[in-house]
Design a protein around this ligand. Structure first.
Ligand SMILES: C[S@@+](CC[C@H](N)C(=O)[O-])C[C@H]1O[C@@H](n2cnc3c(N)ncnc32)[C@H](O)[C@@H]1O
Length: 317
């Protein structure tokens, strides 16, 4: 069962309800005049809370989804209207641009006081039928954060191009789906006669391959696997975490919220390597165990239930 996020008073759909805001603020903000990065700004919920606490500081918000950047342009219009004095700047594109686009990297290297990554999908992406992120609505099978403006191929292209073996591996590795082979075989059979272009077609195939009681879980896992592959989510996270120490100033912090074990494992391992295996150590781990949302937050916002938050601090060398 997937709950839609609506405003408690007005009943209208909200873009995204930010998760573990108090915990993020406490761990991330160490200087109200510092430079901060929100690598996954989404609807700007965390960003608004950060901005409220900044004095002369600045926040640069990235998102690969044009809908998110448009939502933030609306949410922060007054601040943005201050032009060069604005404390927020928005960048459409992957958070990896902070490391890979030379002009951005040059500005940020060694200067950043805090980095937030709140990984995964926003509620807007899940609840907006036309985006094709959810098996609940029939839509083009896309799943790219950047939608049609993206330069990666959509999920439908992967279903067309990958071999049966590659599809099975993808569903198993990124979705931990046990019926991965059966689903891959069924996809290859169907695509011989007609291309699989919609979420509805894929849903029907998955549903035929598993027991009715396992359908919802299998659909969630298959869609998650495709989304991770299409957006190269794990590769981007790994690459960013490798470059992150070079962005932070001494004492600067990184906070990462992840929503499934594949992401959390990457964060945990990279933090451990940077804290214990490299010489000199580059990071001090601030969360020996990941923080989880309070029960009250999970009750208010069930989508927060799988969140795990890890934080680290750049060591002064
Ligand atoms: C969980 S939402 C973030 C919500 C946000 N913290 C808020 O308060 O509204 C995740 C967002 O990250 C974006 N995203 C995921 N991977 C990304 C990447 N590699 N680079 C930039 N944005 C990314 C998605 O488009 C989505 O808008």
């Amino acid at each position: 069962m997937v709950e839609q996020q609506t405003h408690p008073m007005r009943g209208e759909r909200i873009y995204h309800q930010p998760v573990m805001v108090q915990e993020v603020l406490e761990l991330l903000l160490t200087d109200p005049d510092g430079l901060y990065i929100d690598g996954t700004i989404g609807g700007g919920g965390h960003a608004a809370a950060i901005l409220e606490r900044l004095r002369d500081g600045k926040l640069i918000g990235f998102d690969g989804d044009p809908d998110a950047i448009a939502a933030c342009r609306g949410a922060f219009r007054e601040e943005l209207a201050r032009g060069s004095r604005s404390r927020i700047e928005l960048v459409l594109g992957s958070y990896l641009l902070a490391c890979s686009r030379e002009d951005i990297y040059r500005r940020l290297a060694g200067q950043v006081q805090g980095i937030l990554l709140d990984l995964g999908v926003s509620s807007h992406q899940l609840d907006e039928p036309s985006r094709g992120f959810s098996y609940r609505y029939d839509a083009p099978l896309d799943l790219r954060f950047g939608g049609t403006s993206s330069d990666q191929p959509p999920a439908s292209a992967l279903l067309e191009q990958l071999s049966e073996r590659e599809l099975a591996d993808l569903f198993y590795r990124y979705g931990e789906e046990r019926a991965s082979r059966r689903i891959a075989r069924a996809i290859v059979e169907v695509r011989r006669s007609s291309p699989i272009r919609s979420t509805g077609q894929l849903r029907a195939i998955v549903e035929r391959c598993v027991h009715p009681r396992q359908r919802i879980d299998a659909l969630s896992r298959v869609f998650q696997a495709l989304r991770i592959a299409v957006n190269r989510e794990l590769e981007q996270l790994e690459e960013f975490l490798r470059c992150m120490p070079s962005l932070l100033r001494p004492g600067g912090r990184i906070v990462v919220i992840s929503y499934h074990s594949l992401e959390d494992r990457i964060v945990k391992r990279t933090f451990r390597t940077l804290a214990r295996e490299v010489q000199p150590p580059l990071l001090r781990i601030l969360t020996p165990k990941p923080l989880r949302p309070q029960q009250e937050e999970i009750r208010r916002n069930p989508r927060s239930r799988s969140a795990k938050l890890r934080a680290g601090e750049r060591i002064v060398v």
